[in-house]
Design a protein around this ligand. Structure first.
Ligand SMILES: CC(C)(COP(=O)(O)OP(=O)(O)OC[C@H]1O[C@@H](n2cnc3c(N)ncnc32)[C@H](O)[C@@H]1OP(=O)(O)O)[C@@H](O)C(=O)NCCC(=O)NCCS
Length: 239
């Protein structure tokens, strides 16, 4: 089964974020840029991960760059944490990789989406949204956008805004689907091509009916992902 999880990024995820940024945008931010976002209380930086599993909703442990495994984030059934892994004789931690029930190993979760918003006064500025090219057109971009809008609602922000390239039909169509309207353009905003940026706005985020809107959209989004054989990790994506 293919599982999905959306959650905030943490420092250990930043090398993967930079790699995804390079794939999707040609490299907007280096690792320092992502670190700044993690440190800012006004920034929500969300990631979307996938992994293969045999009937388990928990992700296998991340691998670090040396190829060794981070401690598993699993909880036991009583909701308490497993004891930390024992140290080996060299004093370093080497928890064994998790096995599924069939006894085979699964690769660690793969970061395939990233989204970021800045809370400025009562506005949510969506400054990044990207899905790995191999996973586009399956409903994952809208899942991540919904998660960002939910964060904005939780922060009691009133409206959301963003800038998008005039020629980026996929993104413009996605934003329009979620009620964003063109409010103007910034002439020759993008230095590399001299293209205009469309400025889009979506209002009403703080209203109680927006919560209902998110819930309805979430049901449709989950149906679509289910048809594509995606499954959410347990307890993830509470709207
Ligand atoms: C924009 C982006 C995030 C969309 O992600 P995605 O996972 O492919 O989008 P989804 O499958 O969730 O599609 C949701 C909606 O987006 C629009 N859309 C997505 N891809 C599209 C395409 N190639 N052409 C037209 N519309 C498209 C559609 O309205 C679609 O709804 P539909 O499937 O009911 O027609 C993705 O194309 C991407 O990462 N692009 C590169 C980075 C980027 O440009 N980000 C935006 C910067 S502001």
């Amino acid at each position: 089964m293919r599982f999905l999880e959306i959650k905030p990024l943490t420092p250990e995820h930043l090398p993967d974020a930079v790699e995804l940024d390079r794939l999707c945008f040609g490299g907007i931010w280096a690792i320092e840029g992502y670190r700044r976002e993690l440190e800012s209380p006004n920034s929500d930086l969300l990631g979307l991960w996938t992994w293969e599993g045999a009937g388990t909703h928990h992700p296998p442990p991340l691998q670090n760059r040396a190829g060794t495994h981070h401690p598993p984030p699993l909880q036991n059934r009583a909701g308490t944490h497993h004891p930390p892994p024992l140290q080996n004789r060299a004093g370093t931690h080497h928890p064994p990789p998790l096995q599924n029930r069939a006894g085979t190993h699964h690769p660690p979760p793969l970061l395939i989406g990233i989204g970021c918003l800045w809370a400025i006064l009562e506005e949510a500025h969506i400054i990044m949204l990207a899905i790995h090219p191999q996973f586009q057109r399956q409903g994952l971009g809208q899942a991540l956008l919904l998660a960002l809008l939910k964060s904005a609602h939780d922060r009691q922000l009133e409206r959301s805004t963003l800038e998008v390239r005039d020629s980026n039909l996929a993104a413009v169509s996605l934003y329009k689907k979620f009620g964003f309207k063109e409010a103007g353009r910034r002439k020759r905003y993008y230095e590399d091509t001299g293209e205009d940026a469309l400025v889009m706005w979506r209002s009403g985020l703080e209203k109680p009916e927006f919560q209902q809107y998110l819930t309805v959209e979430k049901v449709q989004m989950c149906d679509r992902l289910h048809q594509k054989k995606w499954h959410w990790a347990i307890d993830n994506f509470e709207l």
